[in-house]
Design a protein around this ligand. Structure first.
Ligand code: CTP
Ligand code: MG
Length: 237
């Protein structure tokens, strides 16, 4: 039985605001998606990769990955969809029956440690159908009624039970397929779409478990995150 990793890299990176898609932006001279692909491959627990490419860039992404000697697992590249959820669904369409475990990882989290990849896969192989890495939240979180002015606070969830979740998220393949099939109508637009795959599993009423995340797996959204990633990369060297 094999583990397939879907590397989501099809987003535009609008909040980063560069003139190329975020997954192709360089960190330490290497595109974000190659950092992530190398780490997934180096984990030793991923047998094959599917990368979701930004529109029109399938050949560019395929060329980048094919030319990288550090990505030592088979890689397929497909054009992603309009939302992250749609991109994952497209990638999942390339899974084979032998892939009993599927990981979903964001290229926007390029510095994911191999130990985290292994922790997630281990937990799925130990019998948990849906596993997400999570970190304790340090800020107090308020729920509000969103609006233009000062927003009304409607609740303060008890902080000790909150987790900020990351990727890779790991799944029993058949469970993830069922989650995406059932939730497919949400994939068409960003305001409807699930922001993570575990959310689609929760919507089925199926259990999702959290394993310990890793600060190095933080997501690059803004220029500030990219600068922070340069520092973390230097630290890891
Ligand atoms: N992603 C994807 N397909 C989409 C949208 C996003 O594969 N249609 C991927 C991104 O490439 C990224 C991950 O999902 O690796 C997480 O998304 P996010 O951080 O929001 O990236 P972007 O959508 O590119 O950024 P922004 O929302 O700022 O435009
Ligand atoms: Mg996005």
């Amino acid at each position: 039985m094999t583990t397939l990793a879907i590397l989501t890299a099809a987003g535009s990176g609008s909040r980063l605001g560069r003139d190329l898609p975020k997954a192709l932006v360089e960190l330490g001279g290497l595109p974000l998606l190659l950092h992530a692909a190398r780490r997934l491959a180096a984990s030793g627990v991923v047998d094959a990769l599917v990368v979701t490419s930004p529109p029109g860039l399938v050949d560019v992404v395929r060329g980048l990955v094919a030319a990288d000697p550090h990505v030592e697992v088979p890689v397929r590249v497909v054009e992603g969809g309009a939302t992250r959820q749609a991109s994952v669904a497209i990638g999942l369409g390339l899974a084979s029956p032998a892939d009993d475990v599927v990981l979903v990882h964001d290229a926007a989290r390029p510095l994911v440690p191999v130990t985290l990849v292994r922790r997630v896969v281990d937990a799925v192989r130990a019998g948990h159908g849906a596993v997400v890495p999570g970190l304790a939240v340090t800020d107090t979180v308020k729920q509000v009624e969103p609006g233009p002015g000062p927003e009304l606070v409607v609740g303060t969830p008890e902080r000790s039970v909150l987790r900020a979740v990351q990727t890779p998220q790991g799944f029993d393949r058949t469970l993830l397929e069922r989650a995406h099939t059932t939730g497919a109508a949400r994939a068409v637009a960003e305001h409807l779409a699930a922001t993570d795959d575990a959310g689609l599993v929760e919507a089925l009423g199926e259990p999702v478990h959290v394993v310990r995340g890793d600060e190095a797996a933080f997501k690059i959204t803004t220029e500030r995150d990219l600068r922070l990633a340069e520092l973390v990369l230097q630290d890891q060297a």
